[in-house]
Design a protein around this ligand. Structure first.
Ligand code: HPA
Ligand code: ZN
Length: 319
């Protein structure tokens, strides 16, 4: 589906396709515990979020140099552009790299090499969002925020990802306060596997402007009413939900009911190399499985620009 759209929920490390993983492994002398790309793809059968995260972190071993991060990002931008993405707000997981011994600068400079040429080369404007790993200590997130200060002209905001249950938003209160004081925008994953209360906490304690996933809000009518009233954008990821078994089937996804309720939903790809599709593939999948009308699809595309961190004039140009 090439409808012009913005992608607001995309982990750059989750765009590592098996072919590129093997290419980078060879380039960097890293041995992967899979014989070939087919064998690796066989491992893409996930039980839940954690079983995915295990593979996601394991494959990051092939990312070593600025050039690797630039190649990864360029490959994503080319694929996204081909599916109608005009603007991408891209998550990255600095701690997943610094804990392997990489410098934060290697990661940010590498991403930036691709991002600074993205509008000219791919026709895609971009923003970078630095995510903290919620299953790591809050102190590590705070250290990462401090280490990122030299790069804040390249980072629009912060997010929160990785294993959700047992790591409520309140754990990161001080980090989010410090980020707000630095002028950073705030988002967080909440209500993917975690309960609706985590969504409320992300809004009230962390001051987030958007909720990533937010799917489980449907279990709490008062929360839905609040999200509608406050026009809080939700960055849904339908194919991810199926692969991580957050929903049983795509045909049973609550997206149509969420739109009918007046929620400001967007459709995104999360980790497209792992979950079977990029942004346009997610649009195609919900159209086919859920019978969404063209008007609904246009609403989703419009929401993606409205919920983005683009300035008003940039937003109009991107559309
Ligand atoms: N959820 C939480 N953390 C993540 C995800 C996700 O879907 N993808 C990459 N990190
Ligand atoms: Zn995500």
């Amino acid at each position: 589906m090439s409808l012009p759209k913005a992608e607001l929920h995309l982990h750059i490390e989750g765009t590592l396709e098996p072919e590129l993983a093997f290419e980078l492994a060879a380039r960097n002398g890293v041995t992967l515990p899979y014989g070939d790309t087919d064998e690796l793809r066989e491992a893409y059968r996930f039980e839940d979020l954690q079983s995915f995260l295990n593979l996601y972190y394991e494959l990051m071993a092939v990312l070593r140099t600025e050039r690797d991060f630039a190649d990864l990002t360029n490959a994503y931008l080319a694929r996204a552009a081909a599916q109608g993405v005009r603007h991408a707000e891209i998550f990255f997981d600095p701690q997943a790299h610094t804990k392997r011994g990489l410098e934060l600068g290697t990661v940010v400079e590498g991403l930036w090499r691709a991002l600074e040429r993205s509008e000219a080369e791919h026709g895609v404007s971009t923003r970078l969002i630095m995510c903290f790993l919620r299953d790591d200590p809050a102190e590590s997130a705070m250290e990462t925020l401090r280490a990122a200060e030299p790069y804040l002209d390249r980072i629009v905001g912060i997010g929160l990802d990785s294993a959700e249950v047992g790591h409520p938003p309140v754990k990161f209160r001080e980090v989010y306060e410090a980020a707000a004081a630095l002028g950073l925008r705030r988002v967080a994953h909440a209500g993917e596997e975690g309960p609706p209360a985590y969504i409320t906490e992300a809004l009230d304690v962390l001051g987030v402007e958007r909720v990533d996933h937010g799917l489980r809000c449907v279990e709490d009518a008062d929360l839905v009413e609040r999200l509608v009233r406050e026009r809080v954008p939700l960055t849904l990821c339908p194919l991810s939900n199926v692969r991580l078994r957050t929903v049983d089937t795509l045909a049973g996804h609550p997206l149509p009911a969420m739109l009918d309720a007046g929620l400001m939903c967007t459709v995104n790809s999360d980790d497209p190399a792992y979950f079977g599709g990029y942004a346009g593939d997610n649009f195609d999948a919900v159209r086919e499985a859920l019978g969404l009308t063209d008007e609904r699809l246009r609403e989703l595309a419009r929401n993606s620009f409205l919920a983005s961190f683009l300035e008003d004039d940039e937003e109009l140009r991107a559309r």
